[in-house]
Write a protein that binds this ligand. Structure first.
Ligand code: MG
Length: 255
C-alpha cells in the first residue's frame, strides 16, 4: 500500500509570517506618519498599510515580491491624500513622491526589509502535525514561492529538518502541481496550504487532494468565495495532518 504524500505550503501554514509582516508594516507606518506629520485615516493600521500593499501587488508583475521602496512611496502618497489604487498606479508608472525623496524612501525600505528578516514563530499544532506525519510514514515536502534559502534557515532554526523530505521552490501553477503529482504517482498527493488561489485551486485542478488551513492573512483577491473549495477545511495544521492520515486514499498500487 502506498502512503499519501503531503505537499505543504510554508508561510502562514507552518509559521507565522503574517506577524513578522504586521510588525514591519506597523513600524513603517509609524515612521512615515511622524516624518510627514500626517495620520492614517483608519483605526486598523495594518489594514491601512495592506490596502496599499495589495494595490501594488495586484498590479506588479512580481506580485507580492514587488520592490518595497514602492510601498514606502505609495504610503507617503496615501498619507498625503491618495487612495490605494491611485497611489499604486502612479508608483508602478515610476512616479516619485513630492513628499519624500527617493534616497529617504530607499533607506526606509531597507529598514523595512531588515524587520522582515526576523525569523517567524511556528504556528500552533505544527510540531504535532509534523510528528504525526512522521509516525504515520507520510512523507512531507515543503512547496513555496518564497526563497528556498530563507525557508531552510527557518526550518533549521526550529529544528524541523528531520520532518521534511525536501523543499521545492516552485510557482504554484496547475502544471507545476501536475509535475509533482506525476513524480509521486501512484501515491495520492495532498496539498496543504492557507491561500485558496495559490495553494488550493491550482493543486485541485491538477488532481491533488487539497486541505485549506485558513490563516489571518487573506488578501483582497482571496476574499471572494465560489469555486475555491478544498477537499477539507482544517482548524489548524495538526487537524490537517490527522485528516490526511485518516481520510486520504492511500494511492493506487501500480499495475
Ligand atoms: Mg502561505
Amino acid at each position: 500500500m502506498t502512503k499519501p504524500v503531503v505537499l505543504c505550503d510554508a508561510d502562514n501554514t507552518l509559521w507565522d509570517t503574517d506577524s513578522v509582516f504586521a510588525t514591519a508594516q506597523r513600524t513603517l507606518l509609524d515612521v512615515l506618519e511622524t516624518r510627514l506629520d500626517r495620520l492614517s485615516d483608519l483605526s486598523d493600521r495594518i489594514e491601512y498599510v495592506r490596502r496599499y500593499d495589495q494595490a501594488l501587488a495586484s498590479r506588479h508583475h512580481l506580485h507580492l515580491r514587488y520592490p518595497p521602496v514602492m510601498l514606502v512611496i505609495a504610503l507617503a502618497e496615501g498619507l498625503t491624500g491618495r487612495a490605494p489604487d491611485e497611489a499604486a498606479t502612479l508608483v508602478i508608472a515610476g512616479h516619485r513622491s513630492a513628499h519624500i525623496s527617493l534616497s529617504e524612501a530607499q533607506k526606509l525600505a531597507a529598514d523595512f526589509l531588515g524587520l522582515l528578516s526576523t525569523l517567524p514563530e511556528l504556528l500552533p499544532t505544527v510540531k504535532d502535525g509534523l510528528k504525526l506525519a512522521r509516525e504515520e510514514g507520510i512523507p512531507l515536502y515543503v512547496v513555496t514561492e518564497g526563497r528556498i534559502d530563507k525557508q531552510k534557515q527557518i526550518i533549521t532554526h526550529h529544528k524541523l529538518t528531520h520532518y521534511i523530505e525536501a523543499i521545492f521552490e516552485i510557482t504554484k501553477t496547475q502544471s507545476q502541481f501536475e509535475r509533482l503529482r506525476q513524480r509521486f504517482h501512484p501515491a495520492q498527493t495532498v496539498m496543504v496550504g492557507d491561500q485558496p488561489d495559490r495553494d488550493i485551486e491550482p493543486a485541485k485542478r491538477a488532481g491533488c487532494e487539497t486541505v485549506l488551513v485558513p490563516s489571518r492573512f487573506l488578501p483582497s483577491w482571496n476574499r471572494v468565495g465560489g469555486a475555491r473549495e478544498a477537499s477539507y477545511k482544517a482548524r489548524d495544521f495538526g487537524d490537517a495532518i490527522r485528516w490526511v492520515a485518516q481520510h486520504v486514499e492511500r494511492g493506487h498500487d501500480a499495475p
